[in-house]
Write a protein that binds this ligand. Structure first.
Ligand code: HEM
Ligand SMILES: [Cu+2]
Length: 561
């Protein structure tokens, strides 16, 4: 097998930082410089992971504050203005600092080159630049929080966002900078998948995770510039008084909604497509069964990426859009469910007669199928005009996007993290606690958000600080659910951090995966592969067999050749 690794096998040591002669990418050099200036995709992936999980923690704190405020009608812990700022920051942090970079930047960065048998991504310096831009954008958002935040909602709708006081310019500038981080990551992944596939690995020889990252990258590169232009126009109107969106200045506020959702709807697929890619890996590896309908799953990722650009108008059904446009966007919205359903049915077909291991990665994969099912199907309620008029801007919407973003993407993120954790950090985590935490997250999540479907269908509006007392019981149940959810996340953080210090040493291939990342050491060396990996079919699990003595799955001698 050739590719860049073939040419220079000699392990190189990083030039950035104090080299130690350590054997793996974690201990081959030390010092803050060796991390912040690293060109190693694995270290960049880990830095993203730390930054993104810190953002999730911060966004989660705001979520718990929002839920605590909603425990009673009227004031509970904060006043109405502060409440508006809290849900806005919750949404903005969760979207722009956590879930958009999310799986691609953290897990994608670490795993993609390994699954290609490569030493790194095609453009390592651009990769590092995308991380620095992420940090830059995050600093703008944090500065905005420090200066009082914003109360516009994460959607920054005009003309309110061009007139209200608050750090709108800081936040939107942060979003603008973060956009470049996303574009550069996408660009890097597209070039790497095109140029660094080893000889013998055709497009249909790649793991499906890479197809999903590829489809995501297309959206990152094509859609994100639209968001960049939109926020620049918003800043121009706010700072210079140029009439673009504000009717008082001769602008059109609905134009902003078109621009904003032309990015933000495809953006939901930047979130969910990588998650779907993770699920394809988890379902097949942890049922030790070839994925069912490989090509249909691969094509469905591309189909979703294309269709995602054609449905943004379903966010404007009650914004005075024409009936014709409403009908066209409604029909197109239904069509997106077809490629999504293909994935769900193929995952279920893969499980059929599989050797299913009910460990944390599989439990999260099974939870994903159910919760994504609920999230997706309730999307059809909102895609149909008659029901959307009733449900728009209610808690039904809040529940819907938390089932898709939280119940699906975050759950898949957790599944992928537990799947690749032994590879990334060379340690096994407590299986028992991972199952307990997965159960708590699952129950807590459904108690929090299923309740919101019920109160939303009864007319409870979103973004309301106060509410009629008939909704109190739902809010109390939902808040208790969110505390359970938080406990589940805290337990997860504890045993994962514990595993870094005290965890059992991980074998190279603890789960019996057949894709190339499992042929590297756990954790990998700086250059990834000490010897050329053997090119295998990523879903042919007969290539390896379990070795009781080491707890490792080893390539069969006849495969190794
Ligand atoms: C950790 C558990 C979470 C809880 C308890 C939670 C709770 C909530 C609640 C109650 C609202 C509605 C506030 C209102 O309309 O007045 C909300 C809004 C929102 N949440 Fe979450 N959420 C959580 C996680 C997430 C995650 C993981 C994401 C995305 C990755 C997310 C994204 C959003 C967005 C975008 C909004 C809309 C904010 C707005 O109206 O501007 N949430 N969340
Ligand atoms: Cu949408």
């Amino acid at each position: 097998m050739s590719g860049d690794t073939a040419t220079n096998n000699a392990a190189t040591v990083p030039t950035d930082g104090q080299t130690t002669g350590g054997t793996d990418y974690l201990n081959c050099s030390y010092g803050i410089k060796s991390w912040l200036l690293t060109l190693d995709h694995k270290r960049i992936g880990v830095m993203y992971l730390v930054a993104i999980l810190t953002s999730f923690f911060l966004g989660g704190i705001f979520a718990l504050l929002v839920r605590t405020e909603l425990l009673t009608p009227g004031q509970t812990i904060v006043d109405a203005d502060t409440y508006n700022r809290m849900f806005t920051l919750h949404g903005a942090i969760m979207i722009f600092l956590f879930i958009i970079p999310g799986i691609p930047a953290a897990l994608g960065n670490f795993i993609l080159p390994l699954q290609l048998g490569a030493k790194d991504v095609a453009l390592p310096r651009l990769n590092l630049a995308s991380f620095h831009l992420y940090l830059g954008g995050a600093i703008f958002l944090l500065a905005a929080i420090w200066l009082g935040g914003v109360d516009t909602g994460w959607t920054f709708y005009t003309p309110y966002s061009t007139t209200t006081n608050g750090s709108v310019v800081l936040v939107t500038l942060g979003v603008f900078i973060l956009g470049f981080s996303s574009i550069f990551t996408g660009l890097n992944f597209i070039v790497t998948i095109h140029r660094m596939r080893p000889a013998g690995m055709g497009w249909f020889g790649m793991p499906l995770f890479l197809w999903a990252l590829y489809a995501t990258a297309i959206i990152q590169v094509l859609a994100t510039p639209v968001l960049g232009i939109t926020v620049l126009l918003l800043i121009a109107e706010r700072m210079l008084g140029i009439g673009i969106f504000d009717p008082a200045l001769g602008g059109d506020p609905v134009l902003f909604q078109h621009f904003f959702w032309f990015y933000s709807h495809p953006a939901v697929y930047i979130m969910i497509l990588p998650a779907m890619g993770v699920i394809s890996e988890l379902i097949s590896v942890h049922s030790r069964k070839r994925i069912f309908g490989y090509r249909m799953i691969a094509f469905s990722s591309i189909a979703i990426a294309i269709l995602s650009f054609l449905v943004w108008g379903h966010h404007l059904f009650v914004s005075g859009q024409s009936n014709l446009a409403n009908m066209v966007f409604s029909a197109l919205t239904f069509s997106v469910s077809i490629p999504s359903a293909i994935k769900v049915f193929n995952w279920i077909a893969t499980l059929y007669k599989g050797e299913i291991r009910l460990n944390a990665p599989m439990l999260y994969a099974l939870a994903f199928i159910l919760l994504f099912g609920i999230g997706g199907l309730t999307g059809l309620f909102l895609g149909s005009l008659a029901t959307d008029v009733h449900l728009h801007d209610t808690y039904f919407i809040v529940a819907h996007f938390h089932y898709t973003m939280m119940g699906s993407v975050v759950i898949a993120f957790l599944g992928g993290l537990h799947h690749w954790w032994p590879k990334m950090f060379g340690r096994m985590y407590s299986e028992r606690w991972s199952v307990i935490a997965a159960a708590l997250v699952f129950v807590g999540f459904n108690v929090t958000f299923f309740t919101q479907f019920v109160m939303g269908s009864k007319g409870m509006p979103r973004r309301y600080y106060n509410y009629p007392s008939e909704f109190t019981i739902y809010h109390v149940i939902s808040s208790i659910g969110s505390y359970l959810l938080a406990i589940g996340f805290i337990i997860t953080a504890i045993y994962l951090i514990h595993s870094l210090v005290k965890g059992r040493k991980a074998p190279a291939n603890p789960w019996g995966g057949a894709s190339l990342e499992w042929q590297t050491a756990s954790p990998p060396i700086h250059d990834n592969f000490a010897e050329e990996p053997v090119l295998t079919d990523p879903y042919d699990f007969s290539v390896n067999e379990f070795d009781e003595r080491t707890g490792d799955y080893l390539l069969r001698p006849e495969v190794k050749g």
